[in-house]
Design a protein around this ligand. Structure first.
Ligand code: DGL
Length: 273
């Protein structure tokens, strides 16, 4: 019996669309519901407790929408809230971070790995501990990039300001001789060309959208949760912010038609938790 329930995906904003994009092309037969918490973006400068609470509210909200799995398409929420969410929700929770740490350890040749991420992701130390679990001999350098998410959410992916910010954040990783750099925020793949030019072609950039999508697909298959693979799935979008702003930016970043975007009030999220 095909499982027709949708898959829930969330992020603070449009960054998680990089993950959703991969899910939509890997599993065209599944239905998805994506929630962007634009009213409370950015998560990066917030406290752990706040982001844990937001992740909990959204996870419970999505579960009540009848999803069969929750994909945390936000490194910041993953780094502080994943174990809590997995305990609190009755459905499987798949997230970013672990595939990236794994891929980075496999890719590095000089065992110097860099991380670019939000303030809270860097402060959580989650990547560093995962990388060290896999290879305790790696030299790890992490840099928080507070300017990037607000610029990307304003639709900026290649202005002089973005290029200058990327150069500033890349400099300590270049000084440390990192040959592998984790783009540890789902917004950052949208700046991939700028990062690759700044680091040069010998540096491997690691991000996890495709591996996360693969993990979602494998988990569904193993648990027997797949929909009918001959159908074409649907997807819909929810935002706590302005739906028209989301629609314009989202279509550009998703690279697929977006359709309707519905608004969810923050108080509706607060009420379910
Ligand atoms: N896309 C989120 C992440 O992966 C952005 C966090 C933010 O809102 O600052 O970390």
């Amino acid at each position: 019996m095909p499982d027709s329930r949708p898959i829930g995906v969330f992020d603070s904003g449009v960054g998680g669309l990089t993950v959703l994009h991969e899910c939509l092309v890997t599993m065209p037969y599944e239905d998805f519901v994506y929630l962007g918490d634009h009213a409370r973006l950015p998560y990066g400068p917030r406290s752990r407790d706040e982001v844990r609470r937001f992740a909990h509210e959204i996870g419970v909200y999505l579960e009540r929408q009848g999803v069969k799995m929750v994909v945390v398409a936000c490194n910041t929420a993953t780094s502080v809230a994943l174990p809590d969410l997995q305990e609190q929700l009755g459905v499987p929770v798949v997230s970013v971070i672990v595939p990236e740490a794994h891929a980075a350890v496999q890719a590095t040749r000089n065992r110097r790995i860099g991380l670019l991420a939000t303030e809270l992701t860097v402060a959580s130390g989650r990547y560093e501990s995962l990388v060290r679990t896999l290879d305790a001999g790696v030299r790890f350098t992490a840099v928080a990039c507070p300017k990037l998410v607000p610029l990307i959410e304003a639709g900026d992916t290649y202005s002089d300001e973005i290029v200058a910010a990327v150069r500033e954040y890349a400099a300590p990783l270049k000084d440390a001789g990192c040959d592998t750099v984790i783009l540890g925020c789902t917004h950052y793949p949208l700046l991939r060309p700028v990062f690759q030019r700044t680091f040069g072609r010998d540096v491997t950039l690691v991000f996890s959208a495709d591996e996360t999508a693969r993990e979602v697909a494998e988990t569904l298959a193993r648990k027997g949760f797949e929909n009918d693979t001959t159908r074409e799935g649907r997807y819909r979008f929810l935002t706590t912010g302005d739906p028209s702003v989301f629609r314009t930016l989202g279509e550009r970043f998703l690279q697929l038609p977006l359709g309707d975007v519905e608004r969810v009030e923050v108080r509706e999220l607060e009420a379910v938790a």
